[in-house]
Ligand binder design. Sequence first.
Ligand SMILES: *Cc1c(COP(=O)(O)O)cnc(C)c1O
Length: 496
Amino acid sequence: MTVDLDPEEFRRLGHAVVDWIADHRAGLDALPVQPGVDPGWVRARLPAELPEDPAPLDALLDTVDRVVVPASTLWQHPRFFGYFPANASLHSLLGDMLSGALGAQGMLWSTSPAATEVEQVLLDAFAAALGLDPAFTFAGRGGGCIQDSASSGALVALLAALHRAEPRWRETGVGGDERVYVTAETHSSLAKAVRVAGLGARSLRVVDAAPGSLGMDPDALAAALAADAAAGLRPVLVCPTVGTTGTGAIDPVRQVAEVAREHGVWVHVDAAWAGVAALCPEFRHLLDGVELADSLSTNPHKWLLTAFDASLLWVRDGAALPAALSITPEYLRNTASESGTVVDYRDWQVPLGRRFRALKLWAVVHGTGLSGLRSHIREHVALAAKLADRVRADPAFELAAEPSLALVCLRVVTGAGPDADDAASREVLTRVNASGTAFLTHTVAGGRYVIRVAIGAVTTGPEHVDQLWDRLRAEAAAMLHQRQGNSQPGSPRHLR
Ligand SMILES: *Cc1c(COP(=O)(O)O)cnc(C)c1O
């Protein structure tokens, strides 16, 4: 006797859920991108106690419709331009269902050989498709794995770097003299990795940007490494970024890696958002110099159509992560692991258990082909270039940075100076988001407020970027009119 659905009942209910998904996706364009709910709105609408008795699926779907969807920011909406995209293509949902169907734990090769080997094959094949040095493949004695996030990838890279710098680290823990090098634009996950690893914020060294750029200055890095080494400190890891989260800035990976190598420092390249663009030959230069790095991460769960979570991490030395992370209690011992001929992915990550994530990534590339992935990226880059041209041509706006792939950073120009421009930009962003017609987020770069337009949702097309641009201009004009004394939009002051 099981309390679970019998497979025939699952078939019926599963069809209803698939219908719900298809209807939801087909109807996204008509919904507001961001809900207008106050904190507590959802909690007030849910029963505080768990049901004692079984209830039908219809009631659950009804609650999703009434409570969950109206309080959801719709990341799959074609006019979602915030943060970076979190593509959850329908292809990937199909693959995720298969993974859920197997329900396997891929912690060891022996706990489900396919979960490990499909992932190995995919990671080697993606390395080739991205133009990575074959040293990052299993065939080349490196290897890749799918982490839950780039944050986890950075953490395990740091642990491998600590281990390489001082193998006794596993017994003694960190010494407190380790140093990690980033820039002001580096993702906060590096600071978090440093904290989780027990290093403390003083271990984090923020290297200056090259003059007139947001990218790490290799000379400043060289000076910092030399000064720290001379002071008896231990540089362990340098993290150049390809496509920073704020503005899409790109650190000079080759020069950074050349400098780091002189000090034997681990180089972890964070290409979480932008790295996947290297599938297109014309963007492969973004990963120039990565062949000198020790590890690289990039996230199909951002722009590459794959539902969260799927972050690819490659290492040049396939033994580095197990050396740092492997701990084998008796109950995990097995002949395959002891033979040394298999990869046990539990040794490449923090948790023991792991999902069969490769199936959803495989379903994506199977369903779209590399050609489909490339056209997805190319279309968004082209839309960003067109939007940037419009910004350049409109005196009411300016680019806050040159567009980086599909990220456009802009601000409103008032003619009343930088502070007024920053305030106006903030207000226009608030107005656009409040309208529900599009969703944008911001950053501060070089001390200035920046509206970020991150193009990349699965279904975003030219019309959606047109609609965003029209909305930006309309909100900027409406704000100006309001500031000029509540005149009606469209009636210039001198006519009143
Ligand atoms: C998004 C992002 C991250 C963090 O990604 P997660 O997978 O959510 O941990 C790290 N670095 C960069 C550059 C990012 O854009």
